[in-house]
Design a binder for this molecule. Sequence first.
Ligand code: FAD
Ligand code: FES
Length: 271
Amino acid sequence: MSALVNEVARIISNEPIGPRLHLMVLESPTIAAKVTPGQFVHMKVPGAPDHILRRPFSIYSRNANEGSVEILYQEVGTLTRFMPSLKEGDAELIGPVGNTWTGARRYKDGSCTHALLVGGGVGAAPLFMLAEQLKEAGCPTDVVLGAQTKEALVCRARYEALFGCEPSCATDDGTYGRAGFCTSLVEERLSQGCLSDGKPYDYLAVCGPEPLMKIVAGMGAQAGVYTELSMEKRMACGIGACLSCVVDTTMGKKRSCVDGPIFKAEDIVWG
Ligand SMILES: Cc1cc2nc3c(=O)[nH]c(=O)nc-3n(C[C@H](O)[C@H](O)[C@H](O)COP(=O)(O)OP(=O)(O)OC[C@H]3O[C@@H](n4cnc5c(N)ncnc54)[C@H](O)[C@@H]3O)c2cc1C
Ligand code: FES
């Protein structure tokens, strides 16, 4: 892991983009220059209620030239319900924290030839920089996205613009794409192979709610596909000191913040 920086980041914009979903752009040149796909920032914001602890948010995208990073966040609790009120000012970021997806490195060393990315809900965001990296490396890559409704599929257009074709989508309420959970699309892709040439996938990356990751990890194991996932445990310190974010693995307890958040699916001992 490269050295963490503590950077005061000006909030450039912070706009609603879907139901309880917001896109925040922050001026953070050092983190923008250093971040790799799958890493996150541990964020503190001014005026947050109850002197709240920092909260982790994945980097959705970065613009190294402009020195900015984007986070996509969902309102779930105390801080994320307060964040939409922030229209200006500074946030304090520690980052970039954590390890990185290995897909592009695997493509370059020949251990991956076809990739499938699966994002559930806001889990679509931490996969986007990986998608960009795989595209740039030339790896045939397909994407499956799931969300509750059409309006919540907020990353769809960006993936479509990147690859020039729409990701396979599912919505719980059937308002867009396949009706129901996106796991049926994952099953289909794994059995039919890559959309470009029908060849089997040999790299699967998944981020989303834990039940989704557990099911997709099982599908990856059954299909014999190397699978990685991002374990988004609740975090306190974010720097490896407090053990609040431990994940049970076949090698014992690991800290999601510094040993992860990306883990090999076969190493996870599911509760
Ligand atoms: C590495 C990492 C990356 C993340 N990236 C993103 C992101 O890109 N976008 C985004 O919207 N969220 C992301 N999260 C989750 C985000 O950190 C939490 O939603 C946030 O901390 C909630 O803060 P709060 O004060 O609003 O909620 P709280 O008031 O602290 O909690 C409200 C509810 O949310 C639940 N909750 C809190 N944290 C988590 C968590 N990590 N996993 C599951 N449930 C949780 C609590 O159990 C509680 O039910 C990420 C988490 C991790 C660990
Ligand atoms: S959040 Fe403290 S060790 Fe991971």
